[in-house]
Design a protein around this ligand. Structure first.
Ligand SMILES: Nc1ncnc2c1ncn2[C@@H]1O[C@H](COP(=O)(O)OP(=O)(O)OP(=O)(O)O)[C@@H](O)[C@H]1O
Ligand SMILES: [Mg+2]
Length: 502
């Protein structure tokens, strides 16, 4: 079959960085293709070339076998290519109907309302939103529904190729399965889907084929039936991975963090637990379960939080970041853009930003010491030393996450490391590095408390799991009792015959 979309020898540079080095790539009609590779491999850049957000420096793009210069997103759309963004562009105060037609080039001034309604309804049916009223406002939609609505919007624009950049990173499990069901339906209707993901389960469960980029070059495309998980990882990293999850700890040390009746109005209800030294505990739940809010509250970030918390036996008042820091409670945010990084400062300054007091005598900042310390921290979290002078904004998402972690890495031997979705958007190689770092913190005597909605991560990394649903604790599991099926059924709140609650 003739490819619907093709890149031939595409190159793209950003200053001294070669983001794409002669990438050739094609997409067939009616397939779901995964685009995989390490952080910074060039995945988003390639998608941005197809969607008119970047122009290539060399090579060309062909649609239906004909060469096209795609200079902006409008030209890409006119060719039938749709970009479903993560920063969703749904207008909450407009109706569903208006949102479907929003921004359409061809809505005539005196449009025929009836045919617009019918076309919108067809599109909603296809994306699995047929139950919505066309006249309802979009404000009440969940994040997952908004993503589906955005796909519906592209359908009425006659898109034939749908591109999604890490669509599932911010969705809960139930919503993810709806998005994938929709993508499969699109494919069965003859459309093509290209999506970027770091979650290999999604590749094998949903895609027909997978293309791997490494360091800006295409290293191959395979039907998923002919490639195994380990081989795929090896192609991405250029080396075998070894173990993803370091071995857990069983022995119980003394309690580091004790939490009694933690309540965050509207999100967490009377949560209590004890976390021993040297262990990793996960609050597992979907988005909205309260897991992330509980962690944020313990970091001192939620003013309304109530409850009795002690760290190493000493009380820690809630609602104050300085109080948390004074008890050696450190926090790595999942929202790098808002809470994590100074995007317009260089990587090295970001890495040392929370420890300026250690960098020079009498409050004077020594550039030399700053760089040396940053190099050390960068090596600790696997950031290339050549990138230390780049602005944080220019690093790929996964590398930004490594900065956020590097910055919070404790040199202390006691205290708590708090993390929310520690590996969201992080590639497999870096993920293994981050997991190893978390274990090293435990070996030094810290305790780690994280929240995660990535079930593989929950099962792989936790010594103790507390499942949450709508702000309430459902169950607690330890060591050998930690099982995927039990956790899933708790956090999705399915009926659970014979389930034992610890
Ligand atoms: N606007 C930009 N300015 C400077 N450098 C950029 C820009 N956009 C991307 N880069 C660089 O180009 C390379 C490829 O980035 P890209 O965002 O395509 O990676 P990616 O594969 O999508 O990574 P991730 O999995 O982390 O999202 C990286 O080294 C990145 O830092
Ligand atoms: Mg990307």
């Amino acid at each position: 079959m003739a490819p619907i979309l093709e890149a031939r020898g595409v190159t793209k540079r950003f200053g001294s960085i070669e983001a794409l080095r002669g990438v050739s790539f094609d997409l067939q009609p009616a397939e779901i293709r995964a685009l995989c590779g390490e952080n910074g491999a060039g995945k988003s850049t390639l998608v941005k070339i197809f969607t008119g957000m970047h122009e290539p420096d060399g090579g060309c793009v062909l649609v239906d076998g004909r060469e096209h210069r795609i200079r902006n997103p409008q030209e890409s759309q006119a060719l039938g290519i749709a970009y479903v963004s993560q920063e969703l562009s749904i207008a909450p105060y407009l109706s569903i109907l208006d949102n479907v037609w929003l921004g359409h080039r061809a809505v005539p001034f005196l449009h025929r309302r009836r045919s617009l309604r019918r076309a919108a309804q067809d599109a909603l049916d296809l994306v699995g939103l047929g139950y919505l009223s066309l006249d309802a406002r979009a404000a009440a939609l969940s994040l997952g529904e908004r993503q589906l609505l955005e796909i519906a919007r592209m359908l009425v624009r006659d898109a034939r190729v749908f591109m999604l950049d890490e669509p599932t990173a911010t969705l809960s499990d139930g919503e993810i399965s709806r998005v994938f069901a929709t993508l499969r339906r699109l494919r069965d209707n003859g459309r093509t889907v290209l999506f970027i993901t770091h979650r290999l389960g999604e590749v094998f469960e949903t895609c027909n084929s997978v293309t791997v980029l490494r360091n800006g070059a295409d290293v191959g495309t395979h039907p998923v039936s002919s490639i195994g998980r380990d081989e795929l990882i090896e192609q991405m990293l250029g080396r075998p991975l070894g173990e993803m999850y370091p071995a857990g700890h069983h022995g119980g040390g003394e309690t580091v963090l004790s939490v009694r009746n933690l309540t965050v109005p509207g999100s967490v209800e009377r949560l209590s637990f004890e976390l021993p030294r040297g262990r990793i505990m996960c609050l597992a739940g979907q988005i909205g379960s309260g897991a992330a809010e509980a962690v944020r509250a313990l970091a001192g970030l939620v003013y309304q939080a109530r409850g009795r918390v002690t760290v190493n036996g000493k009380p820690m008042p809630l609602g104050s970041v300085p109080q948390a820091l004074a008890r050696n409670v450190r926090y790595v945010s999942d929202d790098r853009a808002v809470e994590g990084l100074f995007l317009d400062l260089p990587v090295d300054e970001n890495l040392v930003a929370t420890r300026l007091e250690t960098l020079g005598p009498a409050g004077l900042l020594s550039r030399r010491r700053l760089r040396a310390r940053a190099r050390e921290l960068a090596a600790g979290v696997g950031i290339d030393a050549l990138r230390l002078a780049s602005l944080a904004r220019q690093l790929s998402g996964g590398n930004q996450q490594k900065i956020a972690i590097g910055r919070s890495l404790l040199t202390e031997r006691e205290g708590v490391l708090l993390m929310i979705e520690p590996t969201r958007g992080v590639d497999v190689g870096a993920r293994a590095d981050i997991y190893a770092l978390m274990r090293q913190c435990c070996d030094r005597g810290l305790a780690v408390l994280m929240s995660s909605s990535d079930i593989e991560e929950v099962v792989g990394m936790s010594d103790i799991v507390i499942t949450l649903y709508r702000g309430l604790q459902i169950a607690r599991y330890e060591n050998a009792d930690i099982a995927r099926s039990k956790i899933l059924s708790d956090i999705l709140h399915q009926s659970k015959p014979g389930r034992q609650t610890a």
